[in-house]
Design a protein around this ligand. Structure first.
Ligand code: SF4
Length: 421
């Protein structure tokens, strides 16, 4: 079924490690999907007032599922299209219970973040990025008396970083309180919504409004509050950095939030694009080998059916001629068989290869085994006798350290399994 709606969690999923930035590749993939008619939603445990920094980066977003699914806002009409707030007596019970303790908690009302005045002094989240904390504080309304909001509507209550001394007492009370659902996406936090509220119910409600089937939905997430959404969506996709249970229950797994995992899966499943794959040119039959020949490999050549191939020859990129005297790694340096130190050329070729990988967005590479440039794990030992030793070629090593998944030509099945082809 074609993808008609993409719903994307924010922290640990669409956003980078700073909890603020959407990468260019993620932005472009979602924009391209949107331009093809796919509806885009972000689904977050946060409330509306604290995600406008994200929305500014993605002005084309259609819907926000916020407060863990307690409400859905149509950003084009500014109307709430779904809501499930806490019953008044439940919100009052939780407020009165928490106000007895020296803990920081906040609640969300109509898309805004509120806090009982004086409670902010208990906020202990100082290990978070400063910009994030500043934006967070600036977007919170401090109220003299929060109790009237139990009538007006409480979407969600968040308890943050509370002291170990009270941890068991508070946690036991909240997790056993029948009228709420609690999740703990980060150790030390507890998020509370009305019983049954979660992102997947809100997503289902949105789908009903839009006339979209669950099989036409692509959802991304990394934490237990995304689990229902990952199971609901036909293209439920867990991030590589997701909790194990998310990876077990989602239909697909993509790369991590810091590796543009959202874009990688959107390009593949929603846009029908093949993922890009860096390949040693000699394995594709190009005559760039030291003796002017090649290492053509049918299994590698066939990968063009599943990937968009980006051919590279690091030694040629480094300025070495074809043919050339063979080289091996001797005492950590690339040296030719006639004793010439060619390390600078090998390093230049490695940097150019990495640049091409990053520009093309390739996250995987298949490189020629044993080569002093391309070999991974095992390379020629520097004796020019064909003997082998443990180690990486100079290019393979740089790619691995830069987060590219490198495979040898004998590891095609492993590549296909990992890339879920
Ligand atoms: Fe092949 Fe790599 Fe050697 Fe180029 S540098 S010939 S791609 S093994």
């Amino acid at each position: 079924m074609p993808v008609k709606l993409i719903a994307c969690d924010l922290d640990g999923t669409l956003l980078g490690a700073d909890h603020i930035t959407v990468s260019e590749r993620n932005k472009n993939a979602l924009l391209e999907a949107h331009e093809k008619g796919v509806k885009i939603a972000v689904a977050t445990g946060r409330t509306l007032s604290v995600i406008y920094g994200v929305i500014e980066q993605l002005p084309f977003v259609d819907y926000v599922i916020y407060s863990n699914g307690a409400a859905v806002r149509d950003l084009k009409t500014a109307k709430t299209v779904y809501k499930e707030y806490m019953p008044e007596n439940v919100a009052a019970d939780i407020f009165l219970f928490l106000l007895q303790y020296p803990v920081y908690f906040e609640f969300y009302h109509n898309g805004a973040q509120h806090c009982q005045k004086g409670c902010e002094k208990y906020f202990k989240g100082m290990d978070l990025p400063r910009e994030f904390l500043e934006a967070y504080a600036a977007s919170t309304v401090m109220d003299d008396d929060i109790m009237p909001y139990t009538q007006k509507g409480v979407e969600k209550i968040n308890l943050f970083y509370f002291e170990k001394e009270y941890y068991d007492e508070i946690r036991n009370y909240l997790f056993s309180y029948a009228g709420i659902d609690c999740t703990s996406p980060v150790a030390g936090d507890i998020e509370m919504t009305a019983k049954g509220v979660d992102k997947s119910r809100a997503l289902a409600g949105l789908c009903k409004t839009l006339g979209i089937k669950s099989g036409e939905v692509m959802a991304f997430g990394d934490a237990d509050n995304d689990l229902g959404m990952l199971e609901f969506a036909g293209y439920g996709t867990a991030m590589a950095n997701a909790a194990d249970i998310c990876k077990q229950r989602a239909k697909y797994t993509t790369l991590s939030n810091e590796e543009d995992g959202v874009a990688v899966a959107v390009e593949k499943y929603a846009l029908g694009k093949k993922p890009r794959l860096l390949v040693s040119a000699c394995l594709l039959g190009e005559n760039c080998k030291y003796n002017g020949g090649n290492n053509q490999n049918d299994a590698v050549t066939d990968l063009k059916n599943d990937f968009e191939i980006v051919a590279v020859c690091p030694e040629y990129f480094g300025g070495l001629p074809i043919p050339r005297v063979p080289s091996e790694i001797v005492n950590g340096r690339a040296v030719s068989k006639n004793g010439e130190d060619l390390h600078a050329q090998f390093e230049r070729g490695a940097r150019k290869t990495l640049y091409i990988a990053e520009e093309s967005g390739a996250k995987y590479a298949v490189l020629k085994e044993r080569s002093p440039s391309c070999g991974k794990g095992v390379i020629y030992d520097g004796s020019f006798t064909g003997a082998l030793t443990e180690g990486n070629g100079i290019t393979a090593d740089l790619l691995i350290k830069s987060g590219i998944r490198v495979f040898g030509e004998s590891e095609i099945k492993k590549l296909l399994d990992e890339a879920e082809i």
